[in-house]
Ligand binder design. Structure first.
Ligand code: BTN
Length: 244
């Protein structure tokens, strides 16, 4: 069956408190929930981040969002790039900021993390698009042990306003063609030209360091290693260990 054009946000299931919206959306997706179904929560007790990390946010101060996209087809190959671009445009429609994407899919404002994306998929049946978007978290409310400093939209924006903007921009970016996605990602690439370290590359899980040089046609991160080698790093594979 060809994928329908999604209209994210309907139906919507909202929890005051839930373990993980991604977990609930996965269950709904596996049970055949329609494309565009959204799960939100005011609070999560077991919010998941990438690489098995936790994701926490004070109640009511972040968009905690998971959406069902189904079925998947070739158009969704760059979904991990499309989602942060939607977040960037949603935020910029609400506040006078410029967002960048730290490959593969963190959204940054002024070098601080504003949003994270966790996509969990069972291709070709479905993907769950998880977004944690900080809306009104005060600086002192972020945990001290964050790997990188975090920020919020602020500007008097409510979580419902941010959710509506996110759904609207996702409708468009999830359907965007490859050339447009790559071009927009390159405009917002926070890493290009910066020194980075990584772990987990290749069959031997190599660590390395070098300079980021954009993304290739498949959305992989291109780096020039300290040894002068040009490498393509896949997001399912490597973890960035440092950024200079
Ligand atoms: C990351 O940057 O590590 C990704 C964070 C993704 C967090 C969101 S919050 C809503 C959704 N439910 C989850 O359990 N995780 C995602």
């Amino acid at each position: 069956m060809a994928a329908a054009s999604p209209a994210f946000g309907a139906p919507r299931r909202h929890f005051r408190i839930v373990d993980s919206t991604n977990e609930r959306a996965r269950e709904l997706a596996a049970a055949g929930a329609p494309c565009g179904t959204v799960v939100t929560a005011s609070e999560q007790t077991a919010g998941r981040g990438r690489r098995g990390r936790q994701w926490t946010a004070p109640p009511g101060k972040a968009v905690l969002f998971s959406a069902v996209l189904s079925p998947l087809d070739a158009r969704h190959a760059l979904l991990p790039l499309a989602v942060p671009l939607a977040v960037c445009e949603a935020v910029e429609s609400l506040a006078p900021v410029r967002c960048q994407v730290k490959w593969p899919n963190d959204v940054w404002v002024d070098e601080r993390k504003l949003a994270g994306v966790l996509i969990e998929a069972q291709p070709p049946a479905w993907a769950v698009i998880g977004v944690g978007l900080n809306v009104s978290i005060e600086p002192q409310e972020f945990p001290d042990d964050l790997r990188q400093p975090a920020t919020s939209i602020g500007n008097g924006v409510s979580t419902e306003e941010a959710l509506a903007a996110l759904c609207e921009r996702l409708d468009e970016w999830v359907e965007a063609d490859r050339d447009r996605l790559l071009a927009e990602f390159r405009e917002r690439d926070a890493l290009r030209g910066r020194g980075i370290g990584w772990v987990g590359a290749g069959s031997e899980n190599q660590a390395g360091s070098g300079v980021a040089d954009g993304i290739d046609e498949r959305g992989n991160l291109v780096v020039v290693s300290s040894e002068g080698e040009r490498l393509s790093l896949g997001s399912g594979e490597v973890t960035l260990s440092s950024i200079e």
